[in-house]
Design a protein around this ligand. Sequence first.
Ligand code: ZN
Length: 476
Amino acid sequence: MNSNSGSVTSLDLVRIWDQTCLKKHKCKIEQSVLPTRVIDVGPRDGSQVPFLHVTKGEMSHWISLSHCWGKRPIAKTELANFESMCRGITLQRLPKTFQDSVILTRQLGIRYLWIDSICIIQDSPADWETEAAKMADIYKKAYLTVVAASAKDSGWTPQYGQRISTIVDTRAWCLQEEALSPRLLKYNRTHMSWHCSDWADIHEDGRQKYHYDNWYRIPATLELADDGKRRHIWHMILTNYTKRHMTFGKDKLPALAGVATEFHQRTGDEYLAGMWRSQLPLGLMWRTRLYDHGLYDADEVPQHERSAKYRAPSWSWACVDGPMDFSICTSDLPYDSETSITILNFSITTKSTGPFGEVLAGSLSVRGKLKVAECGNDIIPPRGKWGEDAYYTKEIIDPSSSLVDSRAVGQCLFDLAAEKPASQSRLWCLQISALRGLVLMPNGEGSSEFRRVGLFRLTDHGAWFEGCSMLDITIL
Ligand SMILES: [Zn+2]
């Protein structure tokens, strides 16, 4: 909390926002069954030392904290200090963010506070797995979520002059913490703001900023959305999510599980490693190259990396780290809406944590038109629509003799520049929409199993695939 936000007037203002929101908006917050463990902050006068309380199914309100784990050691509960945390937590030993949250919780007359590092036993993988699965609910049912948005190392000290808006905005887990919380109090670098279903982004001076970031306030947004809108919202979430920093790659899908659950509850749609059945096949057309490289300085153009450990099938965006462009997936352009493949089957094996958690294996069987092309060497001029490392491909007229037409049939955009096959390598092009599709490589000579390596776009209005017969293939 900065000196302004921590002053009496700031706390008074938060109390006013809280009461106005509860009394005048449709923002009623019911009591819920408390999370497994919470911090009991004691009465409002601060006469009691906070302690870790193991709950027994009692109903109450709690405040949750959404914060960034900095590089400094953070106050946390582990097996060794669990008993001692239950006896009492010395306020002065907590990071400033946590101290401020305790004070704020007391001031709002709420008894319990939930902070991940204190309420989950950090050196118990079993506990982490159980509690992480409940995390979405902990934010969704919280009386209020306090977002320490500029806390690089768990203090609300403002940090001026940073290019990136706020640290929390860059942390992957925070997307769903914010998206699911019905009411948010955000401490930004320079100000605090309140977000709920009636107030989009109200600031200390009373001004309401109609900030576009309210679109991902699930579930309120989803209630109003039809199928087309939901598809759009999902891809906007992914666009935002894939820009964020993830400390542990294995969390890529789990940190989005709460939001995915919200979608599933409203649509009944099947979830395939970060994608929805109803949004296929166009949903396969994510890309790692962004339309507008001009958004970044030359040295800041994001680098993409394929996860070293298996995380998702090659046709899911979740197997690559880095910002993604989903504009084609959401495209309503007529030449994209006509798709030429049929999804025959799919299978996703997830860890015990449920259908939205970690993925162990996945495959997708499709029937479609597949043609072989040769990887060209001519790079599209930089800053072209397809980014700087799109390559022309040439048709292999007869794969058995490697006779190559001199004419380029389209452009290839590889998911990772480092994975571009050598010039004159063969590429398998699977048509998805009239002009576009996936670039695949077989898993071994003559195999009907393939993996995705990129996208292509035809330059001949789709004539290349005319007369091509249908093939059944599996993409892993
Ligand atoms: Zn409200």
